[in-house]
Ligand binder design. Structure first.
Ligand SMILES: Cc1cc2nc3c(=O)[nH]c(=O)nc-3n(C[C@H](O)[C@H](O)[C@H](O)COP(=O)(O)OP(=O)(O)OC[C@H]3O[C@@H](n4cnc5c(N)ncnc54)[C@H](O)[C@@H]3O)c2cc1C
Length: 418
């Protein structure tokens, strides 16, 4: 197992991160780039299987979720030297094509509108995870896979934690700062009495990779239908064949029918809803269904404690903002801690971090929450309004620029910016 190289037992840490998902690992790497803190990362699952992708070998299949990385995420990964590795298997978004099925409105946002090379970059999570984990194992950050956090006891100087790793004795450690990044509805945060508020969208997001007849030309399609929004994001070709990553939001019952349908029937429904801009859909990868909800933690910081990633805010995926926001949070936290000297657990330091990110978080949550609601409504007046909105966006370059800049994570700090 990968973690074997750096799992040497220690009993005192500067920072312990619970959750080795995309956010937990990215944060660990951002922290390591700042200071030689003594860091431990705990993950409930095995950090990599014996034949896992940690060697950096790339094996694409049709079963992976993909993430649209924003311009701000690119800058963050570039700052810690990971971009050249990530770049090997990602697809740049040259244009975003927004349309509304059955209505006339449509708009195109070009990278040129925002004076950038790309509006974002689509990476398969499998590859992102592989690059992050591979980098992590090259550092001295300690890793404990198959490990559960049993108890948390707040102390004056930090937190005392009891850890249970598979087949090992219970281990007691102390840390100056505990970062909870264990996903939506965090059970670790609940142990400390931090609840999460969850509002279900009564929608399910189905993801799958789709191979295409025509090249996607770097175009990301956002299509709003009366059943819910769908996105087809450009992926790097695989074995010479163009592919896009589908995120298709459906009412729960419809999603169940689509999940049960055979490949042919699924592709026919998709074709019906999307049309023929990419020619005929050729092949479908593994489908995975995600029930969708807006979930936010009631608290994000306490003395010696930060809640991050989906554990802090889990968003509707239609705007592709959840991970990008969390990465901006992680970069901001790493910067704040670097300036804090030996006061990394101080409430004032952590509150200052939260204050810095508050506007970005509020705007991003609002944007991600309002988009599916606005386009999910089917009354003709709303349809007229949203079409005029799309037409207006096509006619008014500054509106398009705002949308483009938001998607890139550039206009999130000051409302109305851009
Ligand atoms: C369909 C879909 C498409 C999306 N597309 C985009 C996109 O294009 N762009 C974008 O920015 N965002 C996107 N997102 C959002 C993005 O996937 C999330 O923001 C991101 O996965 C959050 O990562 P995380 O590390 O916080 O949580 P998770 O990925 O849930 O990771 C949490 C980790 O903690 C571990 N864990 C859980 N409990 C414990 C415990 N008690 N002890 C130790 N470890 C524990 C888990 O095993 C897991 O590894 C999308 C989401 C969905 C559902």
């Amino acid at each position: 197992m990968v973690a074997a190289a750096n799992t040497g037992a220690n009993s005192h840490y500067d920072i312990v991160i619970v959750g080795g998902g995309m956010v937990g690992i990215s944060l660990a790497l951002l922290l390591r780039a700042q200071q030689p803190w003594n860091i431990l990362l705990i993950e409930a699952q095995e950090l990599a299987s014996s034949d896992g992708p940690v060697s950096g070998a790339y094996s694409s299949s049709f079963d992976a979720r993909s993430t649209a990385l924003s311009w701000s995420s690119k800058n963050i990964y570039q700052s810690i030297g990971l971009w050249p590795q990530l770049k090997k298997h990602l697809s740049a978004i040259a244009q975003i094509h927004v349309s509304d099925r059955g209505h006339v409105g449509m708009t195109r946002i070009d990278a040129g509108d925002a004076n950038v090379d790309a509006l974002g970059y689509v990476v398969e999570n499998q590859w992102l995870g592989s690059v992050l984990l591979n980098q992590l194992t090259k550092t001295d950050i300690q890793l404990l896979g198959s490990c559960k956090l049993e108890t948390i006891e707040p102390l004056a100087s930090g937190m005392r934690l009891q850890l249970q790793q598979a087949d090992k004795d219970l281990q007691t450690i102390e840390t100056k700062l505990l970062v909870i990044a264990d996903g939506a509805g965090s059970t670790t945060a609940q142990q400390l009495g931090i609840q999460s508020q969850s509002t279900p969208y009564d929608q399910t997001g189905i993801i799958a990779n789709v191979s295409l007849e025509k090249p996607h030309g770097g175009v990301a399609y956002e299509r709003f239908t009366d059943q819910g929004p769908m996105a087809l994001l450009p992926l790097a070709d695989f074995k010479g064949r163009p592919r896009s990553a589908l995120v298709w939001t459906q009412p729960r019952a419809m999603a169940e029918t689509l999940m049960a349908a055979d490949e042919q029937a699924f592709l026919e429904q998709l074709q019906l809803r999307f049309g023929y801009r990419l020619g005929h859909f050729k092949q479908l990868g593994k489908r995975v269904a995600y029930p969708l909800a807006l979930t936010t933690a009631t608290e994000q910081v306490r003395r010696h404690l930060v809640v991050m990633g989906n554990a802090a805010h889990s968003l509707h995926p239609v705007a592709g903002q959840g991970f990008n926001l969390s990465l901006r949070d992680a970069a901001a936290l790493a910067n704040s801690l670097a300036e804090a000297g030996d006061r990394i657990g101080d409430l004032a330091v952590l509150q200052n971090y939260q204050q810095q990110q508050a506007i970005d978080q509020r705007n991003t949550v609002l944007f991600s929450d309002s988009l599916p609601k606005l386009f999910g409504l089917s009354s003709s007046i709303v349809a007229l309004g949203r079409n005029s909105g799309l037409l207006a966006m096509d006619l008014i370059p500054s509106l398009r620029n705002s949308f483009a800049q938001f998607g890139m994570g550039m206009a999130t700090r000051e409302p109305g910016n851009g």
